[in-house]
Every structure is written in C-alpha cells, then in structure tokens.
Design a protein around this ligand. Structure first.
Ligand code: CP
Length: 315
C-alpha cells in the first residue's frame, strides 16, 4: 500500500509496488474517462524552487485530469521563501491547505527535510544533482511498456553522468533487476560520482564499463539514455563550453545501433540529439514525456489511497 507515503528516493518503492503503479498507469491510458473525477475535492501543491517544464506541467496535468486542483509556485522568489522562510515553515504552512505536495529544490536532501515536518505525502521532483525519482518512474514505465521488462538489458548512459540526477536515480533503480549491465559514456570530467560507483555498482556487483567513445558502445546497447550537459551545475563557463557538445547523437551514429535500441532522454535537450533523430522510430523521448503524465496520475492516486470502481471491482 502506498497510501500516505512519500517518494523521496528511487528505492522508496519495492519492485512489486512499482509494477502495481505501471499496471495502474496502463489502465489509465486505456480508459482515462474512468479516472476523470477520481481526485475531485483534492488539492496538490507544486513547489518548484528550480525551473521545470515536464515535471511541473505533467504533475499539474495529471492532477487536473484526475478531477483535482493544483496550487503552487514555479520560482521561489514569488513566495515567502524570498523573505527568508525556511523549507520546514513553508511545508508546515502549505500542509494546512493541500493534500499532497511535489517539490523541486536545488539543494540535495531538501525534500527529505520537507517530508520530516508533515504527514502529507511529499514527492521529490528533483533535488540538486541527487535524485529525480518520478523521472525514474517515467523511464522505467517507458522501458516496461516497450520491452516488457528489465532483465538482461545493456543500458548506455551518455553525457553528464556527474551532475545528472536522472542518471543516478535510474542506475539505482535498474540495479535491482536481473543481469542488467551499464556502459557509462562520458568525458573524464563528467564521470559518475564515486558514491554511485562504489555504493551501488561495485557493492551490488553490477557489470559496468566506463568509456569515452560513444560509437564503440552503440552496437551493443538495448537502451541509450542521453543526457544534457547542464550549464546550471557548472562553476565556470569555460568548462561548460568545452564539454557541452562532446556527444551528439545523429542519424549516422544511429546506423551503428541495434534495430530495436530505445533512445531515451529525460529532456530538455540542447544539442546532444540532432533533430533528424526525432523521426527514427527508436527515438522515444517524447513518448517518454507523455508516459510521465500517466505514471504521475497513478502515483497521485496511490499516495492519496484513492481506489476507483475500476480497481475495487477487480479485488
Ligand atoms: N525531465 C525533467 O525533469 O524535465 P523538466 O526539468 O522540464 O521538469
């Protein structure tokens, strides 16, 4: 049962609980009208201290499509945060008005602080370079829909593996499945953080390889997860400019890949996937963004403990 729980880190839910969410999201896709009033009278707060398009809009669209309502802010300086209010005071106040909250914050661990001062469900929508668990739900749901499962996959992560929170979260989540191996493609300056290498990959005895050359990896991948080099995480512009166009996936490189290799990207993209790749049936990143709304609908229903007639009839 997910009722009343938080989602702060990718491992907060068991693989069985994830499967329940995927099945519910699938039912919503099949019959959205059955869920259009499920959250009537419920209110979601979206507290975004950092910019977002997909995560904020997909949460807001999800709640509205479930018949609920949404309040919130999309930048910290339009709330009392600008006057110096702490996260815990903001959350304790917002909890007086709403049933659950989604928070994105530049500081790692901020949603954990938020969850500690309220009983309402808190969802981490990305904390600094740490985790982005609802992007992970989106990624896993897309893989499950396209491939039918997760076992025996060779997954390539390419780009900014140092600051890329979506990468850290997805590596952690995929490590729980059988015989998954990773090819980590990045320049030396943007390799995965030591805690991911030591505490997840080495500790869990996951097969992985760190390489700089994308072309060398492409022919063996089942999934290629591209990422943007994130200007906002760099301390100096010179390093960003030097590294930003290091990897560009284009039509010529796609010829090296398997016919059924999935290309995923959490988006936004800058230059790392050429627009010509968008027409390739293996390019699934916009489908992935759409799936994000449905899996967030399933998440909202589950954390609020709302069972529609569609579920109760089956029990
Ligand atoms: N994937 C993702 O988190 O996108 P946004 O930053 O637009 O929310």
């Amino acid at each position: 049962m997910l009722k009343g729980r938080d989602l702060l880190e990718p491992m907060d839910f068991t693989t069985d609980e994830l499967m329940e969410l995927f099945k519910l999201a699938d039912k919503i896709i099949e019959n959205p009208e059955n869920y259009s009033e499920a959250c009537k009278g419920k209110l979601l707060a979206t507290l975004f201290y950092e910019p977002s398009t997909r995560t904020r809009f997909s949460f807001e669209a999800a709640m509205l499509r479930l018949g609920g309502n949404v309040i919130g802010f999309s930048e910290a300086n339009v709330s009392s945060v600008a006057k110096g209010e702490s996260i815990s005071d903001t959350i304790r106040t917002v909890a007086c008005y709403v049933d659950m909250a989604v928070m994105r914050h530049p500081k790692e661990g901020a949603p954990i602080v938020a969850a500690a001062c309220t009983d309402m469900p808190i969802i981490n929508a990305g904390d600094g370079g740490h985790h982005h668990p609802t992007q992970t739900l989106t990624d896993l749901f897309t893989i499950w829909k396209e491939k039918g499962g997760f076992d025996n996959m060779t997954v390539g992560f390419c780009g900014d593996l140092k600051f890329g929170r979506t990468v850290h979260s997805l590596i952690k989540a995929l490590s729980r499945y059988e015989n998954v191996s990773f090819i980590l493609i990045s320049p030396e300056e943007l390799v995965i953080p030591d805690y991911v290498r030591k505490e997840i990959l080495i500790k869990e005895k996951i097969h992985f390889k760190e390489v700089e050359n994308m072309q060398e990896a492409l022919p063996i991948l089942d999934i290629l997860y591209m990422t943007r080099v994130q200007r906002e995480r760099f301390f100096n512009e010179e390093d960003y400019v030097r590294l930003k166009d290091r990897y560009i996936l284009d039509g010529a490189k796609m010829k090296l890949a398997k016919d059924d290799m999935m290309v995923l990207h959490p988006l936004p993209r800058v230059n790392e996937i050429s627009v010509e790749v968008d027409e390739d049936p293996r390019a699934l990143y916009f489908k992935q963004a759409k799936n994000g709304m449905f899996i967030r609908m399933a998440l909202i229903l589950s954390l609020l403990g709302i069972e529609t007639q569609n579920e109760t009839q089956e029990v």
